[in-house]
Design a protein around this ligand. Structure first.
Ligand code: SIN
Ligand code: FE2
Length: 213
């Protein structure tokens, strides 16, 4: 019996063709995930990366898994090594992998095996402007995005940056999956408001699982 099987499917909300919101889906494994997250960020600390245009990102990032998403003046890409330590990224914890696979399956993507988990840390005022995830090799693979800690407003847009975006509050434990016809939708996060979460303090943590390589 899998813990994730106990999730009530009525908590699942279709946002658009190919995208699903799973309210509270990550709650059942939060204690293990918090412990595993601490282990990952001890080996690969959060850092503010620089965009190719020379801007320092307001969101602090790290990765786990075979590949990690990085940006610097040379561009956006996936790399097997953490540029900060020169070592491979920490292995993806089993709890992360299980959650990502279970969420993808519930959203209709039964074959998802991520090789990359980007970990985003938002502090007050941190934001992510509308963008498409397109550094991955295979757009048939979905994106699984897990929200932990302080809540934030997520924007799910269309296929052009200027398209109107739906604003969606995401709370601790929520998971959004986008793939299929939604895979290249623009998305972003509005500036984080001042708030407090008992386990995460002033921060919002987002885990974004991808099959990158
Ligand atoms: C991302 O697009 O990488 C992050 C999305 C989020 O923080 O919810
Ligand atoms: Fe993204």
């Amino acid at each position: 019996m899998d813990l994730f099987d106990e999730i009530d499917e009525s908590q699942s909300l279709k946002l658009a063709e190919g995208s699903t919101l799973l309210r509270g889906f990550a709650l059942c494994e939060q204690a293990t995930m918090l412990k595993d997250l601490h282990a990952v960020v001890t080996l690969a600390p959060f850092r503010h990366m620089v965009t190719p245009g020379g801007f320092t990102m307001s969101v602090a990032m790290t990765n786990c898994g075979d590949l990690g998403w990085v940006t610097d003046k040379k561009g956006y890409r996936y790399d097997a090594l953490d540029p900060l330590t020169g070592k491979p990224w920490p292995a993806m914890p089993a709890s992360f992998m299980a959650l990502a696979r279970a969420a993808a399956k519930l959203a209709g993507y039964s074959e998802f095996t991520p090789d990359a988990c980007l970990i985003n840390r938002y502090q007050v005022g941190a934001r992510m402007s509308l963008h498409q995830d397109k550094n991955e090799r295979d757009f048939n693979q979905p994106i699984v995005s897990v929200s932990l800690g302080v809540s934030a407003v997520f924007q799910l847009g269309g296929f052009e940056r200027a398209d109107k975006a739906v604003k969606l509050p995401l709370y601790h434990g929520d998971v959004v999956v986008w793939g299929g016809d939604s895979r290249l939708r623009y998305h972003g996060v509005l500036p984080l408001k001042v708030s407090h979460h008992p386990a995460f303090g002033e921060y919002r943590i987002n885990l974004t699982f991808r099959k990158a390589g």
